[in-house]
Design a protein around this ligand. Structure first.
Ligand SMILES: Nc1ncnc2c1ncn2[C@@H]1O[C@H](COP(=O)(O)OP(=O)(O)O)[C@@H](O)[C@H]1O
Ligand SMILES: [Mg+2]
Length: 255
């Protein structure tokens, strides 16, 4: 289900990134994402997915082109854009900043200079949401892979962004971890968030998505209805869902 009547929340215009060594990571990406959409971005290794996500919340600057949030260039106010657009990194370890789980979640809201009571409230709320309340006083480094990813989700949620982007959130997770992250994704979408999910594990999420975008060598080569596109995905190095693996079980289990 696409969302043709919803306003465009995020847009890129001719977004291009060339690294100093000459690598053209993404080229002339024109993308419009509507409020409440659940968009999957797929593509082979090195196709430019992570570079694209990093542009979408202003972590890197374009060589050419721009990113607009609700019609305004994010470069005008990167801090405001980051508040609205959360990114959960592929490597959860690199996102950990706190000495304890609770401190880690507090980091974002503290940076927003919210009053301490509000910070505490958000820490409690979002640890609850991801199911980590019991581990609040633990060191993040003792958490499992799945728990670390949930911690990253809580940290992003605590900023109360409208758009949440996930870069390969299933990497390195065992089956229960996958199911838990998947549940989180679906429930965030149901609560009205716009979701942008980078993954090559399409079988785990395809049934939930409104839209599938395929990137190939830094360019968008497909963008539309997942069921229509999936049949053409293999030529771009994106594996077809197998249909009978644990990912499908996970989806069935969720419903
Ligand atoms: N810091 C960098 N310097 C040079 N090239 C880079 C750098 N980071 C990424 N690249 C290249 O940019 C392209 C896109 O990378 P990336 O977005 O990470 O791909 P993926 O789709 O696997 O996430 C790849 O060719 C990658 O090698
Ligand atoms: Mg990547």
């Amino acid at each position: 289900m696409s969302k043709p009547n919803m306003p465009i929340i995020l847009e890129t215009q001719n977004l291009t990134h060339v690294f100093p060594d000459g690598t053209v990571a993404i080229k002339d990406i024109n993308l419009q994402i509507r409020t409440g959409e659940f968009v999957i971005v797929a593509g082979a290794n090195g196709s430019g997915k992570t570079v694209l996500l990093r542009h979408l919340n202003g972590l890197i600057r374009p060589t050419k082109g721009k990113v607009l949030l609700e019609g305004e260039p994010i470069s005008k106010n990167i801090t405001a854009a980051r508040k609205q657009i959360g990114l959960i990194f592929q490597d959860s370890d690199s996102q950990i900043v706190g000495q304890t789980v609770a401190e880690d979640v507090a980091f974002g809201p503290e940076n927003l200079r919210l009053p301490p009571e509000e910070v505490d409230r958000r820490v409690k709320t979002y640890l609850e949401v991801v199911g980590l309340s019991k581990l609040a006083q633990q060191s993040p480094h003792v958490l499992s892979g799945g728990e670390k990813r949930k911690l990253a989700v809580a940290g992003v949620l605590a900023m109360q962004p409208k758009i949440i982007m996930f870069d390969e959130p299933f990497t390195g997770l065992d089956y229960p971890g996958v199911v838990q992250v998947l549940r989180q994704l679906v429930s965030l979408h149901q609560s009205g968030h716009t979701i942008i999910l980078v993954t090559h594990e399409l079988e785990k999420v395809l049934a939930h998505a409104d839209r599938l975008i395929i990137i190939y060598q830094g360019k968008i080569v497909e963008d539309g209805n997942p069921q229509e596109i999936i049949g053409r995905s293999e030529q771009y190095g994106v594996r077809m869902p197998l249909g009978k693996d644990e990912g499908v079980d996970a989806m069935t289990w969720l419903k």
